[in-house]
Design a protein around this ligand. Structure first.
Ligand code: F6P
Length: 361
């Protein structure tokens, strides 16, 4: 193995830089291998300034930094890329150009650090002969085959701190506080931070809720003298008789943007209970900032293991965490289905057992 590429794709997550650093150090120290950084996801293969050689100097000091020094792109799908032709915006399949660039550059492997979307694209490129190795990234923790993705622990920490802060002001003002959290179709951030922060109600996409059940929980607390409540809502949560709430439609390139369910919950609860209610949307604060020690540790192990996997010729595979050990699994296994909260698992049962309502009981 003489030369490998590394790219980051999809939404950023704390720990991306830690993976890049581990890839560069392991490749150089253990294999004497050159590393080429690809800027802004797969787009970097198509742009004139899209490539950057990475050595020890380029990765010095980046371990605690959030974001990604390589940049990333949510719309960076080479199979459906927006380009301007004769002044008109069109969507084109540019995968042939990307594959040609990878071969022209003489890359022996391409380490792709990405979430569900980027790993899907990588599987398709692998099927067309690209020597891809995957690293699972996302704050949502929704990638199958791995117990945890890096970035999740940092998002969880930020979300829990937010719930802690909402608690003190909620209690002082005798208010209901509704907090909208990220996660798309998986409720891990809301569930874990809701339990860790002592929320009274947790609404997640996997358990459709009833507005009246949510209000009922708040009323029950009022009756026993608890004149404040905390409701943690996953952005993808939906009522049993309704749909998820989006603030922006998608198109051939962008996925639809979830958002707005917390506002609806807040309005209903205020009307139904008479409690003054406030809504907070935590948004991208969950994605930014310095990674937690756990995420740095996991990201470093993932990055280093990905290089070893590439050296062993483990293409079309992804590093994963199972039983606290790094293993590798087929990319196909990880992208075949989204990982979601097990509604009958111990986490949900524990939350119910300590009195948290999911708005369904
Ligand atoms: O997948 C990560 C994530 O942060 C989701 O939780 C969220 O729905 C989405 O990305 C937001 O994407 P964007 O940054 O493009 O608005």
């Amino acid at each position: 193995m003489k030369k490998i590429g590394v790219l980051t794709g999809g939404g950023d997550a704390p720990g991306l830089n830690a993976v890049i650093r581990a890839v560069v150090k392991t490749a150089q120290n253990d294999y004497g291998c050159e590393v080429l950084g690809i800027r802004n996801g797969y787009d970097g293969f198509l742009n004139p300034d899209g490539l950057i050689p990475l050595g020890q100097d380029e990765v010095r000091g980046i371990l605690p930094r959030g974001g990604t020094i390589l940049g990333t792109a949510n719309r960076g799908n080479p199979f459906a890329r927006k380009v301007v032709r004769d002044g008109v915006e069109v969507v084109e399949d540019t995968s042939g150009e990307v594959i040609a660039a990878i071969h022209r550059l003489g890359l022996d492997a391409l380490v792709v650090i990405g979430g569900d979307g980027t790993l899907h694209i990588s599987q398709e490129l692998y099927e067309r002969g690209v020597p891809v190795v995957g690293v699972p990234k996302t704050i949502d923790n929704d990638i199958s085959g791995t117990e945890v993705t890096f970035g999740f622990d940092t998002a969880l920490t930020t979300a829990t701190e937010a719930i802690d802060k909402l608690h003190t002001t909620a209690e002082s003002h005798h208010r209901v506080m509704v907090l909208e959290l990220m996660g798309r179709d998986a409720g891990f951030i809301a569930l874990h931070s809701g339990v860790a922060g002592g929320a009274d109600v947790i609404l997640i996409p996997e358990i459709p809720f009833d507005y009246e059940r949510v209000a009922e929980k708040v009323r029950r607390r009022q009756q026993v003298g608890r004149h404040f409540s905390i409701i943690a809502v996953s952005e993808g949560a939906k009522p049993s008789d309704g749909e998820q709430v989006f603030w922006k439609d998608g198109d051939e390139v962008y996925v639809p943007r979830l958002g707005g369910i917390a506002q609806k919950v807040g309005e209903y609860v205020e009307k139904a209970t008479g409690s003054e209610t406030r809504v907070t949307v935590l948004g991208h604060l969950q994605r930014g900032g310095t990674p937690t020690p756990f995420d740095r540790w996991l990201a470093t192990r993932y990055g280093s293991s990905a290089v070893r996997l590439a050296a062993a010729g483990g293409f079309g595979r992804m590093v994963a965490l199972r039983n606290a050990q790094i293993v590798d699994i087929p990319l196909l296994e990880s992208v075949s289905a989204l990982k979601r909260v097990d509604v009958n698992g111990d986490a949900v049962r524990t939350a119910r057992a300590i009195g948290i309502s999911f708005g369904d009981d």
